[in-house]
Write a protein that binds this ligand. Structure first.
Ligand SMILES: NC(=O)c1ccc[n+]([C@@H]2O[C@H](COP(=O)([O-])OP(=O)(O)OC[C@H]3O[C@@H](n4cnc5c(N)ncnc54)[C@H](OP(=O)(O)O)[C@@H]3O)[C@@H](O)[C@H]2O)c1
Length: 258
């Protein structure tokens, strides 16, 4: 069957339609449309992958990034009321409490947001070390979304350093988790992976936006992809915009219902 005519658009160097200065990136990203649905926050996933689809080099995503990606990462964190991360990523990347620059803090205050996003870790097993960097004493207590089947002794130990929310039986139910985040007043939530948490969020239908930084690197090896897990069906998404800097391409896709 014949399909509708396709328009091919050229994005090349000087042909860029708009340049965004570094200092303007965070407010530019924050001005993008992110209306929260009625029963949960707007959920934005942000991942980085190499040209050949690897999400890590030697087990860490840091080997894929560069200065431009770091700025985009900070800008996206800047819009978030909460940052959700799978325990596998928190452990692998030795997550710490979120930090924002003075400029972004002022921008957040101007939008009526808390100074820093609230951290939330998702775990089935509660296999997290209470002395891990993300639980640094004196920093805001993270939320810990846990399954009811998590080891009770581990959960008790983590209650001293985190606010534990049981949000599912043998796994955290993203619908229950996002409803809880909404009850806390969070309107925009950033999910920073990893791939298995992303799959669960997508399968539950709670992802509104998927941002992907494509790094100009070919990594090879067996590193995983940005989503790993079964979905009940293939999800169609719309390309909202692409930005390029230093050969890195920043794609923003929104869900087809948006
Ligand atoms: N390129 C990127 O942008 C990017 C981003 C993030 C991570 N990464 C890389 O990805 C790797 C980590 O991947 P991963 O698959 O381990 O990631 P992950 O999804 O962060 O971790 C999986 C773990 O998260 C918890 N989890 C996820 N979904 C859950 C649910 N619905 N309910 C309860 N717990 C849930 C479980 O924790 P428990 O084991 O505690 O039960 C599970 O074992 C690292 O190499 C990291 O560097 C790359």
């Amino acid at each position: 069957m014949a399909h509708a005519p396709v328009t091919f658009r050229l994005h090349r160097g000087a042909a860029a339609v708009e340049s965004i200065a570094s200092a303007d990136l965070a407010p530019w990203i924050a001005a993008e449309r992110r209306p929260p649905p009625a029963d949960r926050p707007w959920m934005l996933v942000n991942m980085i992958a190499s040209l050949d689809g690897a999400v890590a080099v030697d087990g860490l995503s840091g080997g894929l990034g560069g200065p431009a990606d770091k700025e985009m990462f900070r800008a996206l964190r800047g819009v978030a009321d909460a940052i959700v991360v799978g325990a596998g990523t928190a452990r692998a990347e030795n997550y710490g409490p979120p930090i924002v620059s003075d400029e972004i803090r002022l921008q957040r205050q101007g939008r009526g947001q808390a100074d820093v996003p609230q951290m939330a870790i998702v775990t089935r097993s509660a296999r997290l070390d209470p002395s891990a960097r993300v639980f640094t004493p004196g920093s805001p207590r993270p939320l810990l979304y846990a399954a009811a089947t998590a080891d009770p002794d581990r959960v008790d130990a983590l209650r001293a350093v985190a606010e534990v929310v049981v949000a599912g039986d043998d796994g955290v139910d993203p619908v229950r988790m996002t409803a809880d985040l909404a009850e806390r007043g969070h309107r925009t939530v950033l999910a920073e992976g990893g791939a298995s948490l992303n799959a669960d969020l997508l399968a539950a239908g709670v992802v509104d936006e998927f941002c992907l930084s494509v790094a100009p690197l070919i990594v090879g090896g067996t590193a995983g992809r940005v989503v790993k897990g079964d979905l009940d069906r293939v999800r169609a998404v719309h390309l909202d915009r692409m930005i390029e800097a230093d050969g890195m391409v920043f794609l923003r896709y929104v869900s087809a219902s948006e």
